[in-house]
Design a protein around this ligand. Structure first.
Ligand code: NAP
Length: 487
């Protein structure tokens, strides 16, 4: 529910942002005000200037208070200066408010010539926005080996996939494709694929199929018009949504929305483009169209359509366009382009099919952290990750000795995912980071934490270990994957 001001308007937190951000955001605000839409703004700050004030999160407390009140944000891009804050303030904002669905439409615009003009591109990438490698959980495993944890949850997949189907319904779209790397990462990427298959059963009116992400990239370049809605994991979505924006004219035309059940943040896909900051030359369309998405989110469908139509008319007329579209010689300034859109409010475009938009039914998922309760679960082994400059044969033999007399035995050792012990005849170029897989001996139904700690205390007599992974069978299925070359 939006926050209604005493004058009966809907309150929005506006973060002008860094670099070209303020030029884009103030252009969008001027246009919204020209429509007379009942929106009031509360300006707050995040990003570079806040990092420089010494706040490592890049987000001021009064900005957070405002967002907690309004629940709706229009923001410019934020820079992440090296040497001030550790984390991107953008990612922080998205994650602090659990905006789990990043919606990135790419639609062909009349008047914006690209190699794809005339193909009728009209697709939306829905990118999971919280999990995956962008959780940013990284550790140095040895001085020369780094690790980033890719955490994907059933609950996170359920929310974003259900959102994708609901989004498709709200825009009258026909299909939702899941794009994953489930052929390689069967448990993590495979989870989004499996949840997509499960959720699709609730939406028989919408076609659903799966594509491997690399083929999706290929298909997006080859025949992008075949796609409607694509739902994908965080990093895949980051990459293919930038690719998709290039198909329709570049980052100046790529809007986005970060949607959560509590808070929604609307922003361009592009960044702060610092070399253009303050020069009044950039294309504000991406932020303007993000503001259109915001108006629809707020139920202001009429004002949203008015602005979308005026942007398209301005592009169709082609009289006042920015330098990224027409080059320096014929370019209008950002202000002139914005003025032209305002002048065109009320005109209907010729080559633009309007969509019927309906409010999105946001998925309701249990607030309980546990959403999957297995019938059976038992620990049957452990992977101990160690650092060693020895060769695999020597490590293998010594670990077999350490395991003698315990409830576990060494099954294999892998180096960066490939089995190296017992040797397979493969030719690998090893590093000092070894995954040593111990499995319960025959006749041992399950192992306990004490069994694992006993084994670790033996291994650490010779090796530095840096982490452990229990091998658990969940409902009779292994909760781990095999190494390359492991039988
Ligand atoms: P960028 O700011 O998106 O700019 C890359 C290039 O895209 C620009 O040099 C320009 O291309 C073109 N471009 C971007 N926005 C445009 C616009 N509105 N109109 C016309 N052309 C536009 O990417 P970056 O240089 O990699 O990132 C700069 C900073 O932004 C970094 O600090 C990054 O962390 C941050 N960033 C923030 C967000 C966010 O807040 N959501 C997103 C991405 C990046 P030409 O040079 O070809 O003219």
């Amino acid at each position: 529910m939006p926050y209604i001001t005493p004058s009966g308007k809907k309150l929005v937190t506006v973060i002008p942002g860094d670099g070209i951000g303020p030029e884009c955001v103030y252009a969008a605000i001027r246009i919204i005000e020209a429509t007379g839409a009942p929106i009031e703004w509360e300006e707050r700050h995040a990003g570079e200037r806040v990092f420089k004030e010494g706040l490592a999160s890049g987000v001021r407390p009064d900005t957070m208070e405002s967002i907690a009140k309004t629940r709706v944000v229009l923001k410019g891009p934020l820079g992440t200066p090296i040497g001030y804050g550790e984390k991107s303030a953008n990612v922080t904002l998205r994650k602090l408010y659990e905006t789990y669905a990043n919606v990135r439409p790419a639609r062909e615009f009349p008047g914006v010539r690209t190699p794809y003009s005339g193909r009728g591109i009209d697709l939306v990438i829905i990118r999971e926005n919280i999990e995956d490698l962008y959780a940013g959980i990284e550790h140095m495993q040895t001085p020369g080996v780094a690790q980033c944890l890719k955490l994907i949850s059933d609950k996170g997949c359920e929310k974003v996939v259900r959102f994708a189907f609901e989004f498709a319904r709200s825009e009258g779209r026909k299909s939702v494709v899941a794009a994953t790397k489930s052929n390689i990462m069967k448990l993590t990427e495979g989870m989004l694929k499996r949840v997509h298959e499960r959720v699709a059963r609730d939406y028989p009116d919408i076609e659903a199929w799966h594509l491997i992400i690399d083929n999706t990239a290929h298909q997006l370049v080859r025949a992008p018009e075949q796609f409607d809605v694509i739902v994908t994991t965080n990093m895949n979505g980051d990459i293919i949504s930038d690719l998709s924006s290039a198909l329709i004219g570049g980052l100046g035309f790529a809007p986005s929305a970060n949607i959560g059940n509590e808070v929604a943040i609307f922003e361009a896909v592009h960044g702060t483009a610092p070399k253009y900051a303050g020069k009044n030359v950039i294309n504000p369309t991406a932020v303007i169209l993000s503001a259109v998405m915001m108006l629809r989110h707020l139920g202001e469908f009429e004002a949203a359509q008015l602005i979308e139509d005026a942007v398209i008319v301005t592009l169709e007329d082609g009289k006042k366009l920015t330098r990224d579209v027409v080059g320096d010689a014929r370019a209008a300034t950002t202000t002139e382009y914005t003025d032209e859109i305002i002048r065109n409010l009320g005109r209907r475009p010729i080559n633009w099919k309007r969509r019927e938009y309906r409010p999105i039914q946001l998925p309701q998922v249990s607030p309980d952290p546990v959403t999957v309760v297995p019938k059976t679960r038992r620990t049957v082994g452990v992977d101990i990750f160690i650092e060693s400059g020895l060769h695999s044969e020597e490590i293998g033999r010594s670990l077999e000795d350490f395991a003698a007399g315990t409830k576990l035995h060494l099954k294999m050792i892998s180096n960066r995912g490939t089995r190296v012990y017992p040797p397979t005849g493969a030719i690998t170029d090893n590093v000092d980071h070894w995954r040593c897989r111990f499995i319960a001996n025959d006749g041992v139904a399950a192992i306990s934490d004490a069994d694992i700690l006993d084994l670790v205390s033996r291994v650490q007599q010779r090796y530095r270990w840096m982490h452990l992974e229990k091998l658990e069978e969940i409902d009779g299925e292994p909760g781990w994957t095999k190494a390359q070359g492991e039988d």
